[in-house]
Design a protein around this ligand. Structure first.
Ligand code: ADP
Ligand code: MG
Length: 623
């Protein structure tokens, strides 16, 4: 038997409180969206009950029909959105309607300033789900009974920081959301208006949405959108469906709707968002693609359906071949699922390729949002690596904008064997790195990689079209094979000839701090730089790993000097003349510290640095 008792008062999670405050005190640009949010939730709830009933048929509704029902009471000024979906028990109510359940969302709300004017556009883009009910209602009451449970519950709140919960009696399974419509929101008590809103926003919903009354009418087409012929679906309907499945508020950047026939049959209706999703790097994000089997929702959390590097996809895959009574556990390693997965990957990568080729500017927008994620595929999915190589884009020294690898290879210089890159945090400082000077002089293009994931795929993929990826901060940057501009070579040889004594002195002075000192091929304007030895980790990668405590030790670097630089020339002369060894000593350490600074490395002994700097400056101004 179910029980009833006096209501209990609970507080919203702090973030919900802030959200409600902003929602209630602002004139939302389009308040009508509350209805699509509540209908969307009702339809999700029906999907979930239908799934439960697959294995336990006794949980299905007696008439086997799932539906959403809108009921108006003009006198009481209430609008009720009812469903016969899965329902909620007490714990569900507290968890789902008292906190912010979706990953990433709480952090987002925390970042809001509390200044309605500033925050509103953000929230508008983002949506507030269930809480949008408070845009049109003074009080929201939820009466609900979960499938398979006896006890029903009433949740109620005026949206001001607290809600009440009480046990109630209720015969029907499912949920009724009862809105006490606000004084200034009377239009939502007008059936004509509700009809129009449902048609505009919720026509794609796969179950009937009824408007109750003497003669109940169905307001939507009530057929799953992805089963309708492609040419009958408007862009507007796609947008609304995308909002529903993705819980998103932007427009899809790309819509893919296809039916696979042959060895396996399935329908895909997938969207790529036009804005970065909040949970992209959230560890417990749900996958955004829902798996259906013959129109029945199975799961929205199937890791084997899509690879992680396509986690920005949203939408539906509906299989004809999987058994209807399949449990979520049985899906793992299912051969049909593997075939679907491969089909979806190839479809998506194919469409992206078309976009990249035919609409480069538009593709750049996609790349901006999701390139970081797509690049993970380079090491996660070797069989598709070649396709992915065709899709990746980078900044480079070739010029502004994004560049593909095929174009890079097309621009390679005579004698150039590798694809050169420099990795670091900021593109701007990468572009001015002294390591690039020799490449610039020879007209050799260098990719500027400033995404943490770049360190990983470059280390793992080996080569593109037989060309290895090589960091310019590492190893003897075999630039000697690439001819420099006319005349430069002789000058370099001349300069290099007499540097031996200086190099010997630097080696001796800096022996504890560096691995070696040598003449550089890569410098033209700067006097010195640090490079990693061929077999050591790339400088930036090592710093990242140290930062994340993955490794402790710091590799010693090689100091390269620019034999032609005026400063190095005067040091060569000074060593030749047997100058004051203290001064040369100071110069050696200052050169090293300067190279560290340019590398973004901290100076290990700032006090010594300051002392040497003072001494050198002092002498240079001494008369
Ligand atoms: P979202 O739909 O994006 O998860 P909402 O704020 O719209 O976020 O809803 C929060 C949660 O409340 C849902 O995920 C669901 O678990 C629960 N919920 C809302 N409405 C219903 C309903 N009609 N029936 C069952 N559960 C519901
Ligand atoms: Mg919702």
């Amino acid at each position: 038997m179910s029980q009833t008792a006096a209501p209990e008062t609970l507080s919203f999670q702090a973030e919900v409180g802030r959200l409600l405050d902003i929602v209630a005190h602002s004139l939302y640009s389009d308040r009508r969206v509350f209805l699509r949010e509540l209908i969307s939730n009702a339809s999700d709830a029906c999907d979930r009950r239908r799934y439960e009933a697959l294995t336990r048929p006794e949980l299905a509704p007696a008439d086997a029909e799932y539906r959403v029902e809108l009921t108006l009471d003009a006198k009481a000024r209430t609008l009720t959105i009812g469903d016969n979906g899965i329902g909620m028990n007490r714990a569900d109510l507290v968890e789902n309607l008292g906190t912010i359940a979706r990953s990433g969302t709480a952090a987002f709300v925390k970042s809001l300033t509390g200044d309605t004017k500033k925050d509103m556009p953000l929230i508008g883009q983002f949506g507030v789900g269930f809480y949008s009910a408070f845009m049109v209602a003074d009080r929201v009451t939820v009466e609900t009974r979960k499938v398979g449970e006896e006890q029903a519950w009433r949740w109620s709140s005026d949206g001001k920081g607290e809600f009440t919960l009480e046990a109630i009696e209720r015969t029907s399974i499912g949920t009724s959301v009862i809105l006490q419509v606000r004084e200034d929101a009377g239009e939502f008590l007008d059936p004509e208006n509700l009809r129009a809103i449902v048609r505009q926003y919720s026509d794609h919903v796969a179950i009937p949405i009824r408007l109750g009354g003497e003669k109940s009418e169905t307001l939507n087409r009530a057929s799953a959108l992805w089963t309708r012929p492609r040419n009958e679906i408007t862009a507007e309907q796609h947008k609304e469906f995308y909002h529903h499945v993705a819980h998103a508020f932007d427009e899809p950047w790309l819509t893919l709707h296809w039916r696979a026939e042959g060895k396996i049959e399935y329908t895909g209706l997938l969207y790529i968002p036009s804005a970065r999703t909040l949970d992209l790097f959230h560890p417990d994000r749900k996958h955004g693609v829902k798996l259906y089997v013959r129109r029945v929702f199975i799961t929205d959390d199937e890791k084997d359906l899509l690879p992680g590097y396509l986690r920005f996809l949203r939408g539906v895959v509906d299989s004809e071949d999987l058994p209807l009574n399949i449990s979520r556990e049985m899906l793992q390693n299912n051969p049909v699922l593997t075939l679907i997965r491969n089909g979806v990957i190839s479809r998506v990568l194919g469409e992206l390729e078309k976009k990249a080729k035919d609409a480069a500017e538009d593709y750049a927008k996609f790349w901006e949002n999701f390139g970081t994620v797509l690049k993970e595929g380079l090491y996660e999915d070797p069989p598709n690596r070649d396709k992915l190589f065709g899709l990746v884009r980078f900044a480079s020294t070739h010029g502004p904008g994004l560049h593909g690898l095929a174009d890079y290879v097309g621009r390679m210089k005579e004698g150039q064997e590798a694809i050169y890159y420099i990795a670091g945090e900021e593109q701007a400082s990468l572009a001015t790195s002294p390591h690039l000077e020799g490449y610039r002089k020879r007209g050799v293009e260098v990719l500027l990689l400033n995404d943490p994931v770049d360190e990983f795929w470059t280390a793992q993929v080996g080569a593109y079209q037989g060309k290895k990826f090589k960091s310019v901060t590492r190893g003897g940057a075999d630039l000697s094979k690439i001819p420099p501009p006319e005349g430069a070579k002789e000058k370099t040889a001349e300069a290099e000839a007499d540097t031996a004594p200086l190099i010997a002195l630097l080696r001796l002075t800096l022996q504890d701090a560096v691995k070696d000192v040598r003449v550089s091929q890569r410098l033209t304007d700067s006097p010195v730089c640090l490079v990693a030895d061929e077999n050591d980790l790339d400088i930036h990668l090592e710093r990242m790993l140290r930062l994340h405590k993955q490794i402790e030790k710091e590799s010693k670097r090689i100091l390269e000097i620019n034999a032609e630089h005026p400063l190095i020339r005067s040091l060569v002369t000074a060593v030749g003349k047997g100058s004051d060894s203290d001064r040369l000593n100071d110069a050696a350490f200052l050169l090293l510290d300067q190279a560290r600074l340019l590398e973004g490395e901290p100076i290990p002994d700032p006090a010594a640095f300051a002392r040497r700097m003072t001494s050198v400056l002092g002498r240079s101004f001494a008369t």
